[in-house]
Design a protein around this ligand. Structure first.
Ligand code: DGL
Length: 267
């Protein structure tokens, strides 16, 4: 197999990373993709950094064993807490979703503007986004808000029910007054609530999707290494650590993705 034909590995704590998978598939239709969802141990957003690091390293080793050419850590919590540790053990480049999300926000916000980062408790506690924004040298005013109830709402398929709007108002309405220029959807699941979130924040606030930004970063990384696989349609493989039927059903219901048979890999 040519190096360019090797798959891109993508992993998440569960099915939320399929938002990144979908963007990758749309942007890079020739790529072979292998997606791992850690459905046995989801959610990561409430776990300790030690646990998230250990899980992420296990999954990375599994995907590296599958001869991937690039590893995309689609989970924001794992990207926040475990990216450096995963890079240390990986012979292939590893991309997270934090820096791409920050770059996408910086592209739409003027110097000195206001950015609100949303994410799981683990992501917000790590301050990974604020640190990346500070490291970019831009002088933004950064606010952060953990929105832990968003993940179960999405998992339940309740994205357009009134309860989703009520929860979004509870978390985000206080920020509407603060004239936020961009809100970063710093969690795999939040793009599925984009409309609801945009509705609460109002027309002034741009909603930045780190899933799209991560797919663009993956394309740039592969192009830079002459590893893009153009040509015929890519093959897709899905592996989870538990409950493959539930994963498959939710992938179809929430994201319109037909997974075919989902394999199981237990750690
Ligand atoms: N994938 C996680 C993230 O992007 C959300 C779900 C979880 O807490 O595991 O942060």
């Amino acid at each position: 197999m040519k190096n360019s034909e090797r798959p891109i590995g993508v992993f998440d704590s569960g099915l939320g990373g399929l938002t990144v998978f979908k963007e990758l598939r749309g942007l890079l239709p020739g790529e072979n993709l292998i997606y791992f969802g850690d459905t046995a141990r989801v959610p990561y957003g409430t776990k300790s950094p030690e646990a998230v690091i250990a899980f992420s390293k296990e999954i990375a080793s599994f995907l590296i064993g599958r001869k991937i050419k690039l590893l995309v850590v689609a989970c924001n919590t794992a990207s926040s807490l475990a990216l450096e540790e995963v890079r240390r053990i990986s012979p292939v480049p590893v991309l997270g979703v934090i820096v791409p999300g920050v770059d996408a926000a910086l592209a739409v916000v003027q110097h000195g503007g206001r950015i609100l980062v949303t994410g799981t408790s683990g992501t917000i506690k790590s301050r990974a986004y604020s640190k990346a924004l500070a490291a970019s040298g831009s002088r933004m005013q950064v606010m952060e808000k953990a929105c832990p109830l968003f993940v179960p709402l999405v998992e339940e398929g309740w994205c357009s029910k009134p309860v989703a709007a009520a929860v979004a108002r509870e978390y985000l309405l206080p920020f509407r007054k603060k004239k936020i220029d961009a809100l970063i959807l710093g969690c795999t699941h939040y793009p599925l609530l984009k409309k609801v979130i945009a509705g609460v924040m109002g027309p002034r606030t741009r909603i930045v999707d780190s899933a799209r930004a991560a797919a663009l970063a993956a394309r740039a990384e592969l192009a830079g290494r002459s590893l893009l696989n153009a040509g015929k349609r890519g093959r897709y493989e899905f592996v989870v650590s538990d409950a493959p039927e539930r994963f498959s059903a939710l992938a179809l219901r929430l994201l319109g993705i037909r997974t075919g048979k989902v394999k199981v890999k237990r750690f």
